[in-house]
Design a protein around this ligand. Structure first.
Ligand code: NAD
Length: 228
């Protein structure tokens, strides 16, 4: 590919869209090909980009993924809160283009995923597990996509039917905090990740964008991008 990677940003004027645009501005390897806002038609501009980055709303996911499949554009999805049917449409589109779909692009949270898996394996089902997540008051989905991914990992490791409690707190302007608590007899292990700025997600999404354009069609996670 000659020249900087051309990024089409979906949700360009949102909090994450603005953070991604700022990060692109500081990276000579990428440039903004265009921005999609609510009610804009993606088909009108998609041809001008090399990769699409989506931080918008779950209801837009299907249309974005279908457009990427049709125009053969790799896709990075940061939007969370999709229904099972919407996730299914992403999986279908990934048969034609590579898609990175990650509830959280920060390197630290992806290490938290790996540590949570190991801790659950090592400590076993004798420990109670709780997940607590905290976000700003305007976050739409609860539990967060990151908390759902933590639950998915814990369910893969722990005995079927074992109880994992999740608690969501929405308050103020917190960027995002996730804690996994393993409570045993007379001891407690807590794994906490705190995102202090959206920059961490933006930089991670750009790393995913540079990676996804070199992949074959398929549905990938941020763990794949980071090689975890
Ligand atoms: P936001 O409300 O600030 O921005 C959402 C943007 O989407 C707005 O600009 C809105 O105009 C636009 N939009 C709404 N409907 C649209 C449509 N149909 N088509 C195109 N654009 C549309 O939200 P935010 O805080 O920027 O978060 C966006 C999403 O990213 C949320 O789902 C959030 O959970 C997720 N998120 C993911 C990560 C991650 O690392 N994966 C990190 C932070 C936030």
């Amino acid at each position: 590919m000659n020249g900087p990677l051309r990024v089409l940003l979906v949700g360009a004027n949102g909090r994450m869209g603005q953070a991604v645009a700022a990060a692109i501005g500081q990276d000579s390897g990428l440039t903004i090909a265009g921005g999609i806002h609510r009610d804009d038609a993606i088909a009108a501009v998609i041809d001008q980009c090399d990769v699409v980055i989506d931080f918008s709303v779950a209801d837009a996911s299907t249309e974005i993924a279908q457009a990427c499949a049709e125009y053969r554009k790799p896709l990075v999805i940061g939007t969370t809160g999709q229904s099972a049917a919407q996730k299914e449409s992403l999986a279908t589109a990934s048969g034609r283009v590579p898609i990175v779909f990650a509830a959280n692009f920060s390197a630290g949270v992806n290490v938290l995923f790996a540590l949570t898996r190991r801790a659950a394996e090592w400590l076993g089902d004798g420990f109670d597990v709780n997940v607590i997540e905290m976000h700003h008051r305007t976050k739409k989905d609860a539990p967060s996509g990151t908390a759902k991914r933590l639950l998915e990992i814990l369910r893969e490791v722990r005995a079927e039917g074992s109880d994992i409690a999740v608690q969501s707190i929405r308050a103020g302007d917190m960027v995002g905090e996730h804690t996994v608590i393993f409570s045993g007899r007379g001891e407690r292990l807590e794994l906490t990740h705190r995102a202090e700025s959206r920059q961490t997600f933006a930089v991670g999404a750009l790393r995913a964008a540079c990676w996804v354009v070199r992949q074959s069609p398929g549905l990938y996670k941020m763990e794949d991008v980071l090689g975890l």
